[in-house]
Design a protein around this ligand. Structure first.
Ligand code: BGC
Length: 333
């Protein structure tokens, strides 16, 4: 009897500082974040906004790790973040098809994980109820890029050789990334839906990278020269790489094809302002960063997620928005 009483008192004492293992309103919270590559322009801008969002709350500290494009490194970072007592962990997977180790560790240690930007398949997300995803709808960005390109093609007399067909090139992101696959497909489908006849001259994987895109585009300019009437970049950095290649080749602006991107990064917006890129699609990094910060805090405190509008209880997707010269000023800071 005495033993039972003692263990009851012990339990009450132990549980006094917590609510179901979650933090109370005034407790400090630690959030761990691992990004796939801190040199990725979009990710670094998203993290800038994430840090700004959490900085508003002095009770939250954040530790950010760079996985440097290695899933193994990211798995080790997951272990470190757990050892350091993170209450919630945000993971920008290196390999979106290999989340097993991270999910196993999360489950074992009972720590919620918010995956972001690099989307794991739904079956993986469903492996445990404390796994979430914050990002956007890849198909929507492809469709909008096609619409932005269609508008530019109409305005620009882009069909240089007058054959009634738009000869185009696609600069693609990483093989296997949901955004690369879907954007490539949907942007071209949309152009066709908009009434254009199109002919793919070439495409290249440039891994989201401006310099890789410049190199690949320089090769295409050498080979196809004036035949190129449209360049679809799967993101702004690669569209900017194409612009760099035209500049480096000494080709005048009036002789460039229509070039469009996706993201609305600082450099991307600037290229729209100065008329080098004829449009982009805003990948709402600020909205995604704020959604992640709010979700992380709610999870750490065990609060209701009702106000966060999660789809299927697990997904937050921010809408994309079309950007052209007509509305670019709304996006500049
Ligand atoms: C962005 C790219 C970025 C990639 C990283 C995409 O959603 O559009 O710019 O490189 O995510 O995963």
């Amino acid at each position: 009897m005495r033993k039972k009483l003692l263990s009851m008192i012990l339990c009450v004492l132990l549980c006094a500082g917590c609510t179901n293992g979650k933090k109370r309103n005034d407790d400090k919270i630690k959030i761990g974040v691992s990004v796939y590559d801190s040199y990725d322009t979009f990710i670094s801008e998203l993290m800038r906004d994430f840090n700004a969002a959490v900085a508003e709350n002095p009770d939250i500290t954040v530790e950010v790790y760079n996985a440097s494009v290695s899933q193994q490194t990211q798995n080790k970072q997951m272990e470190q973040m757990i050892e350091k007592g993170c209450d919630v962990i945000c993971i920008n997977l290196v390999d979106r098809t290999a989340p097993k180790k991270i999910i196993d560790l999360a489950k074992k240690n009972n720590i919620p994980v918010i995956f972001f930007n690099r989307e794991l398949v739904e079956e993986d997300l469903n492996q445990w109820e404390e796994l979430y995803y914050v990002g956007a709808d890849a198909a929507e960005s492809g469709i909008m890029e096609g619409e932005v390109a269609a508008e530019a093609l109409r305005n620009e007399e882009a069909d240089k050789n007058g054959d009634g067909v738009i000869q185009y090139i696609v600069l693609e992101g990483e093989a296997g990334h949901q955004d690369a696959i879907v954007r490539t497909e949907r942007s071209v489908d949309t152009l066709i839906d908009e009434g254009f006849e199109v002919d793919k001259i070439a495409s290249a994987i440039a891994n989201w990278s401006r310099s890789q895109a410049q190199t690949r585009m320089a090769g295409f300019i050498d080979t196809y020269g004036d035949e190129i009437e449209l360049v679809l970049g799967n993101n702004d950095d690669m569209a900017l790489g194409a612009i760099d290649a035209y500049k480096a080749a000494g080709i005048e602006r009036k002789d460039w094809p229509v070039i469009v991107g996706i993201d609305g990064t600082t450099a991307g917006l600037q290229a729209v302002v100065n008329g080098e890129m004829l449009g982009t699609v805003y990948n709402d990094q600020k909205g995604q960063a704020e959604a992640m910060a709010n979700l992380a805090e709610a999870l750490a405190r065990g609060e209701s997620l009702d106000d966060l509008n999660l789809k299927n209880g697990r997904y937050i997707r921010l809408p994309y928005q079309k950007i052209t010269i007509d509305n670019v000023n709304d996006y500049l800071d």
